[in-house]
Design a protein around this ligand. Structure first.
Ligand code: ADP
Length: 362
């Protein structure tokens, strides 16, 4: 009977559990045993495996082991995740491959972000006897070759909910709020949530403005918003964590600069890891099912070194019109271009933002 392993690695994202659950069920109906790897690449190197399927009672078929069904609608990853520096070394990847062979496992599904998928690419290149397929999962939406990743939609819904709540209280007190959201190298969450939450300004790591320029622009915005005759009652500024200006310092300095306006306060709120958790949205559960289906199909079709991509302009079509199979090497180069700003996707995002910026501030 064929066996496939599955692991989650890097930053956790809502929808990872839904993807694991979908993969288990899809494999089971194909008679493929699924083995869970605990704790990401650390567990792979150390052979921390546990069965996720078992023989169906009295028959030759397979079914998921008991006690897992509840996980599908939860955030995080029940298999656990890790940052595993050991996986950067070829000899440790060779140990990981040996663990799979020893357990008679023919392939590995890696659910994770661009780092984890880069590791998956190297494992596939160095060990072509194994079938390695990636599923993109990252709340930052910073994975090349896919327009969406598991967790992005849920994280955006969480941020928008926080924006709405903070706006309720800010409107009652003529407050300006700087809300920091996750995104060390990618401002996607900040930009998308700013538009959806009708924020007044957004600050992204992809921009090149200096701290003084940012502060001057925000001061002008707050003064204009709370000037006599304006009916604005709150100013909401969304800032990505990767912008090299501490959020609390920015709020404090703006408060000092605005001391001459009575009754206006500037507050900082940092959402941090709150944005990572929570039940996956409908969209993330749907994405999990469809990306897992394409991944399991690719495994059964003997493919390797691929990732499943959502609405990607590149890659090979699958039976699902919205899902393509992307070479992991292309994911690596597209991600690099996204993060250094040379990617057309990032350039389009900045152009769009420049158009949106003036509208946001009205
Ligand atoms: P994410 O997958 O969320 O982007 P990381 O970038 O921290 O998170 O990567 C998660 C893990 O993937 C790393 O701890 C490491 O084990 C593996 N990894 C990341 N980059 C590489 C690489 N260049 N080569 C091999 N393994 C890598």
């Amino acid at each position: 009977m064929e066996k496939v392993a599955i692991l989650t690695s890097g930053g956790d994202a809502p929808g990872m559990n839904a993807a694991i659950w979908a993969a288990i069920k899809l494999a089971a109906v194909n008679g493929t045993q699924v083995v869970g790897v605990e704790g990401g690449y650390d567990g792979l190197i150390d052979g921390s495996f546990r069965p996720l399927t078992k023989s169906a009672d009295g028959g030759a078929g397979l079914r998921p082991v008991a006690g897992l069904a509840w996980t599908a609608g939860t955030g995080g990853t029940f298999l656990g995740s890790s940052r595993c520096p050991r996986f950067l070394e070829p000899k440790n990847r060779a140990n990981a491959a040996a663990q799979l062979r020893e357990a008679a496992i023919g392939g590995l599904i890696v659910i994770g972000g661009n780092g984890s998928l880069t590791g998956a690419h190297l494992l596939a290149l160095e060990h072509p006897d194994l079938r390695v397929i990636g599923v993109p999962a990252s709340i930052d939406n910073d994975i090349g070759g896919t327009l969406d990743a598991l967790g992005v939609d849920t994280a955006l819904n969480t941020i928008i909910d926080a924006c709405d709540r903070i706006s309720d209280t800010a409107r009652s007190h003529h407050r300006a709020v700087i809300l920091e959201v996750m995104g060390r190298r990618s401002g996607y969450l900040a930009m998308a949530s700013a538009v959806a939450a009708t924020a007044d300004a957004v600050i992204l790591p992809e921009e090149t403005r200096t701290e003084d320029e940012i502060r001057a622009r925000l001061e002008e915005l707050i003064r204009r918003s709370f000037a006599p005759g304006s009916d604005k009652r709150r100013v909401l500024i969304i800032k990505a964590e990767g912008v090299a200006v501490p959020t609390t310092r920015l709020a404090r300095q703006l408060q000092d600069q605005l001391a001459d306006i009575p009754n206006v306060t500037v507050r900082a709120t940092i959402l941090g890891h709150l944005v990572r958790g929570g039940h996956p949205s409908y969209h993330d559960r749907m994405l999990a099912g469809r990306l897992a289906l394409a991944a399991m199909t690719a495994f059964h079709d003997d493919h390797t070194d691929l990732m499943t991509g959502w609405n990607s302009p590149i890659g090979t079509p699958t039976a699902d019109a919205n899902v393509r199979l992307i070479e992991l090497a292309d994911m690596v180069s597209e991600t690099k271009a996204m993060l250094d700003g040379s990617s057309p996707i990032v350039q389009r995002r900045i152009q769009l933002l420049n158009k949106v910026r003036e509208v946001l501030a009205l």
